[in-house]
Design a binder for this molecule. Structure first.
Ligand SMILES: Cc1cc2nc3c(=O)[nH]c(=O)nc-3n(C[C@H](O)[C@H](O)[C@H](O)COP(=O)(O)OP(=O)(O)OC[C@H]3O[C@@H](n4cnc5c(N)ncnc54)[C@H](O)[C@@H]3O)c2cc1C
Length: 426
């Protein structure tokens, strides 16, 4: 495998990796910082920028070879970075999210990115960078972090966070231990921090173990849904614009309109990702394959003279002909065909492809964190933002919006606390 270097030459993956490791090894990590951010993903970069622009000295410890890599995969490489209909109700914990969002989170997010010189465009309510390239979002964040004086230290995996000093109100700060992995064996090092911002997604919870925080198990969310239905193999790869409905037993519990992608193992696509937040094994999924047409419209198309029969291909002008052929093959008569078009049934067997999940449910229990500052009430000086908290939202830019806004709140509050500690020490 290979990629392009700046000079346009093709470089191998191995050479790229070597170059990144060499670059990471050159980063000098000092003995102590006002704020150490664990994880240089979406939330961590914004937290670091916010803290540094409020005059804190900031170190970002990132396990990966580069900061911001997680952003590159978002939105199929286009990064659906926010949503003009941003609403706390689209998250699992609306009360907490609403308090953290404060007055107008969307304007805060857009203001932040405007100041990064990012420009954007709309697709429905979804916001994408004007370039439609996730690298634009990642690069403007890296540039702004550098301009703000943040030390970005990739290839460093945090293994332990401990409180330091005897001070009852936590004034002693923290010791953060991390492995430097520049090839060969990892070297373990420790850095002092007045404040720590946990922004590691699911990646560094073990390192926080000693602090006695409460957390719930991480599980995949926003991922494909495994289903059983005889037609899945045949429709593998087909897309359809549907209204999907999920029912626990006989009771409908969720419905949404949009595109589904049929896969041999079940369903994928944005609508399915949202369904995955609700689905339980044994649920029934019904797909209305023609949500804009009522049964009488379909009757006109399928069997205009009410003979109870239909002609093969009669739905080719309405559905993807491959989907139409499958549904026609399942129906005995025109009435059954219309029923199947309006409610094609599948049995859900659970979520699947955990590795391809867009977000995780679970994490640090939100109640432990002040919703105005995202500081932990039991461990003063420890802040959290992004997916490490137990917050997940719908598809459509909601999860990155949470990462950005919670990063701003945690980063700015951590800088304020660090300054207070500096003043108190004088
Ligand atoms: C394929 C995909 C597509 C997505 N598309 C979208 C989209 O279009 N719109 C949207 O809103 N959301 C999208 N999401 C969700 C979004 O990417 C996440 O919600 C968001 O990145 C969470 O930000 P975060 O900073 O909390 O975590 P991350 O961005 O995952 O960052 C965490 C960082 O911490 C680092 N880390 C972990 N453990 C350690 C450790 N021990 N020491 C040091 N560093 C550590 C990780 O390497 C990582 O860089 C997508 C997710 C995926 C997987």
């Amino acid at each position: 495998m290979s990629g392009s270097s700046k000079s346009g030459r093709r470089v191998s993956r191995a050479a790229q990796r070597e170059a990144l490791l060499a670059q990471a090894a050159k980063v000098e990590v000092e003995k102590s910082y006002d704020v150490v951010v664990i994880g240089g993903g979406a939330a961590g970069l914004v937290a670091a920028i916010s803290a540094a622009e409020d005059d804190a000295s900031v170190l970002v410890l990132e396990r990966d070879l580069e900061c911001g890599r997680s952003i590159l995969a978002t939105g199929n490489g286009r990064c659906n970075f926010s949503n003009v209909e941003l609403d706390a109700e689209a998250y699992n914990d609306p009360e907490f999210v609403s308090a953290v969002f404060g007055g107008d989170a969307l304007q805060d997010i857009l203001g932040f990115f405007r100041d990064c010189n990012l420009r954007w465009g709309l697709e429905g309510a979804r916001l994408y960078p004007m370039s439609r390239k996730a690298a634009s979002v990642r690069n403007v964040l890296l540039a702004r972090a550098e301009a703000a004086g943040v030390t970005l230290a990739p290839a460093r995996s945090v293994t332990l966070v401990e409180t330091a000093g005897e001070d009852a109100d936590g004034r002693g700060g923290f010791e953060v231990t991390f492995d430097e992995v520049f090839g060969g064996e990892a070297d373990s090092r420790t850095v002092e921090a007045r404040c720590v911002v946990a922004a590691s997604g699911g990646g560094a919870l073990e390192a926080l173990d000693g602090l006695g925080l409460e957390s719930t198990t991480f599980s995949a969310a926003l991922c494909p849904v495994a289903c059983e239905a005889d037609f899945l193999e045949e429709l593998d790869g087909c897309r359809a614009h549907v209204r999907a409905q999920l029912s626990h037993g006989r009771f409908p519990c969720w419905s949404e309109r949009g595109e589904v992608l049929f896969r041999s193992y079940g369903l994928s696509g944005i609508v399915t990702f949202n369904m995955s937040r609700e689905v339980e094994e044994g649920d029934t999924v019904e797909l209305d394959l023609a949500p804009d047409l009522g049964s009488s419209d379909l009757q006109q198309i399928v069997d205009p003279f009410g003979r109870g029969e239909f002609v093969p291909g009669c739905l080719d002008g309405v559905l993807d002909p491959k989907v139409a052929a499958v549904v026609e093959g399942m129906a005995e008569d025109s009435e059954e065909l219309i029923s199947l078009v309006k409610a094609l049934p599948l049995r859900a067997t659970g979520t699947c492809e955990e590795d391809s999940a867009q977000v995780t449910q679970g994490g640090l229990v939100n109640e432990q964190f002040d919703d105005g500052t995202l500081e932990c009430s039991e461990v003063p000086g420890l802040f959290a933002c992004g997916e490490v908290l137990d917050v997940d939202g719908a598809c459509g830019g909601y999860n990155l919006s949470w990462a950005w806004k919670s990063g701003m709140v945690a980063g700015a509050a951590a800088a304020r606390r660090a300054q207070k500690l500096v003043r108190a020490a004088r």
